[in-house]
Design a protein around this ligand. Structure first.
Ligand SMILES: Cc1cc2nc3c(=O)[nH]c(=O)nc-3n(C[C@H](O)[C@H](O)[C@H](O)COP(=O)(O)OP(=O)(O)OC[C@H]3O[C@@H](n4cnc5c(N)ncnc54)[C@H](O)[C@@H]3O)c2cc1C
Length: 592
């Protein structure tokens, strides 16, 4: 059985040493002192290790079962879901007006990490509900909010997001699901949606589906898409549950991973739906909560890598194979543990330096969301909008890469189900696909976000990096190992942006052939920035007399590794971008 221990100390380090949350001038942040966040994170970690982690393998092995139109979740999920509800974990950052606790999003994110690391499939039931809650909260009428939100905050009713259809996933303009207006102001929704996460299950009394559909007679394509609330059971005016609505599960998908989450084909047969937001503005309503949803998927990426890493470290210390080339380190044993070998070290350092950098990047993203929402800070809003495809695309690509790297530490045992390492890789894989496949994230970054508001946000990002370097250039301890590599990587990124400006206009393929490289480059620069800041914070803690010197010294050494061994990837990405579209587009389709 795999292990999992919540990295509470690392989480606290990011919240306090790096982001200094309790010192921020953001409403609600004044309560986030070390003691409070420590208690929350410790408790979340306890729930994760004691309740959710033991169910991870159960969920993977049992999966969900469809019987007589009802989906049964794996044994133990129902009890665990009740514990999440009674523990108040579902309502942390929700609006107090609807029963939420009103905590900042960054605090919610810090609690989410152990939940996702310990059982990603399970946590998705709540995660999807949170997404649907946010959409209704942002776009619902008062009556809709009063009717649906309190139960969703408690997860008495769960939520889903229904975009995908058999013939359309990325290109939602092709959507066929129809909405027919009724005299009472409601709509009849008819069509089929596929791959709907948590579409049907036995964890809640009602399921509130958010469904994209086209109102008959509306504009063609994406401009004719509207968003609807379609409850599994109609909700009466007094809040009680009424008749069963015309929505049913057709089947559940057999899939590579996240077996504990039911991925459903949903059939809508003249189901009663209520317009959410304005007619034909469905995509806009969906996009409101995209930053949060995509940050949540990015978190899935590194959270799976974190779990896989913890196991790889334990195995590397335990497994005896070969001798250290510099002399036996376990002379009384038959061989040395794997961890003595430089190539195993390289692998583990890759994983560790990614995961810790990714945690900082994700929590910084959550903090920007808080600044945007709670301070109405337009710059923070622009910055998180720019970062969103990077958070999603880079962290999930790398999360999967390092989940398989952790498998590699186990040799053949990593490939055998008994050890549990394949589940991390299989579960992490989906995060690269859903919530907008990663190729489409790169497209969004280069095709849309770079130029958003006249390129203001990307310029602000470059300024931020430049300012940090300038402000710290006299800091000898930081300069060679952190600031110089960051400067070089940031220069590469700017050169790539310049290449797009000069060559993308002539031929857009020149920009789009390099978009994936650019997304990875930007991910590296963001993690490089995070590591430089974390190193500075760790040095300050040591200078301030922190007692846990090993912890802070380890942070600095891990950061040095990232800057030396990972960040130079930007040069390779730039070289590829600079070759443009010629080699990418050289073949006729028939020659593939
Ligand atoms: C387990 C699971 C759970 C899911 N949960 C949900 C859910 O809850 N709700 C929901 O609505 N959907 C859900 N999905 C669907 C998921 O979001 C889609 O699969 C995803 O958005 C991609 O759509 P598609 O599969 O139709 O691929 P396509 O759109 O056909 O894309 C195929 C490939 O082509 C690339 N591509 C497409 N267009 C372009 C372009 N213009 N330029 C460059 N590349 C392009 C994509 O990046 C992708 O790699 C889920 C899927 C799975 C497998």
């Amino acid at each position: 059985m795999p292990i999992y221990n919540a990295p509470t100390k690392d989480i606290q380090f990011v919240l306090h040493d790096l982001l200094r949350v309790s010192e921020q001038d953001i409403p609600g942040f004044e309560d986030l002192d070390r003691e409070f966040t420590g208690a929350v994170v410790e408790e979340a970690g306890k729930v994760a290790t004691e309740v959710l982690h033991p169910l991870n393998v159960v969920g993977d092995k049992e999966g969900c079962v469809l019987e007589n139109g009802v989906v049964r979740t794996p044994k133990g999920f129902k009890d665990a879901f009740e514990q999440m509800k009674t523990g108040g974990w579902t309502s942390m950052d929700c609006d107090p007006e609807y029963g939420g606790q009103g905590l900042p999003y960054v605090m919610y994110t810090a609690a989410q990490e152990p939940f996702v690391s310990s059982n990603m499939a399970f946590n998705m039931y709540q995660g999807l509900t949170h997404g649907a809650y946010s959409a209704i909260h942002a776009h619902g009428t008062d009556a809709q909010k009063q009717k649906f939100l309190p139960k969703m905050v408690e997860c008495e009713w769960t939520g889903t997001m229904n975009l995908t259809e058999p013939h359309c996933g990325t290109d939602l303009g092709l959507m066929r699901t129809k909405a027919a207006p009724q005299e009472d102001g409601s709509y009849k929704i008819t069509g089929q949606k596929i791959f709907i996460s948590a579409g049907e299950h036995d964890l809640s009394d009602n399921i509130i589906h958010l469904v994209l559909a086209k109102i008959e007679g509306g504009p063609e394509g994406i401009k004719g898409v509207s968003l609807f609330i379609v409850p599994k059971f109609i909700v009466n005016d007094d809040g009680s549950l009424g008749a069963r609505n015309g929505v049913s599960v057709g089947s559940i998908e057999e899939k590579m991973g996240i077996h504990g989450n039911s991925t459903c084909v949903m059939n809508y047969d003249e189901a009663t739906g209520y317009l959410l937001g304005s007619e034909h503005k469905g995509m806009r309503a969906m996009f409101t909560m995209m930053n949060e949803a995509r940050l949540g998927v990015g978190l899935q990426g590194f959270a799976q890598a974190e779990s896989a890493y913890q196991n790889a470290v334990a195995y590397a210390n335990d497994r005896l194979q070969g001798r250290a080339v510099t002399g036996a380190e376990n002379p009384n044993g038959p061989a040395d543990p794997l961890i003595v070998h430089p190539d195993i070290r390289r692998n583990l350092m890759d994983q560790k330096s990614f995961v810790e950098g990714a945690r900082a990047f994700t929590y910084w993203g959550a903090y920007l969301i808080d600044r945007a929402h709670r301070n109405d800070d337009k710059d923070a809003d622009g910055l998180i909008s720019l970062m969103t495809p990077v958070l999603k695309g880079f962290l999930t690509d790398k999360g999967f890469e390092y989940a398989t790297a952790a498998q590699q530490v186990y040799g053949g045992h990593g490939y055998i189900e008994e050890w549990g390492m394949s589940q991390y890789a299989r579960d992490a894989r989906i995060a690269m696909i859903y919530e907008g496949a990663n190729g489409v994230q790169a497209l969004d970054l280069v095709g849309r976000k770079l130029a958003q508001d006249g390129g203001k946000h990307v310029m602000a990002f470059f300024d931020m990096v430049k300012t940090f370097i300038k402000e710290n250039e006299d800091n000898e301890a930081l300069k060679t190992d952190f600031l110089d590599p960051l400067k070089a990587a940031s220069k590469d990124l700017q050169a790539a942006g310049m290449y797009f400006m000069q060559n993308g206009m002539k031929n857009p393929n020149n920009a789009l052939s390099g978009s994936y490289d650019f997304m990875h480059m930007m991910g590296h620069v963001c993690l490089g920035l995070m590591w430089a800041r974390m190193a500075k914070a760790a040095m300050e803690a040591l200078e301030g007399g922190a007692s846990d010197t090993a912890f802070y010294e380890t942070k600095i050494a891990t950061g040095r590794y990232y800057m030396a061994r990972q960040l130079p990837a930007t040069a390779m990405h730039l070289a590829r971008i600079n070759t443009g579209a010629d080699t990418v587009m050289a073949l006729d389709a028939a020659n593939f």
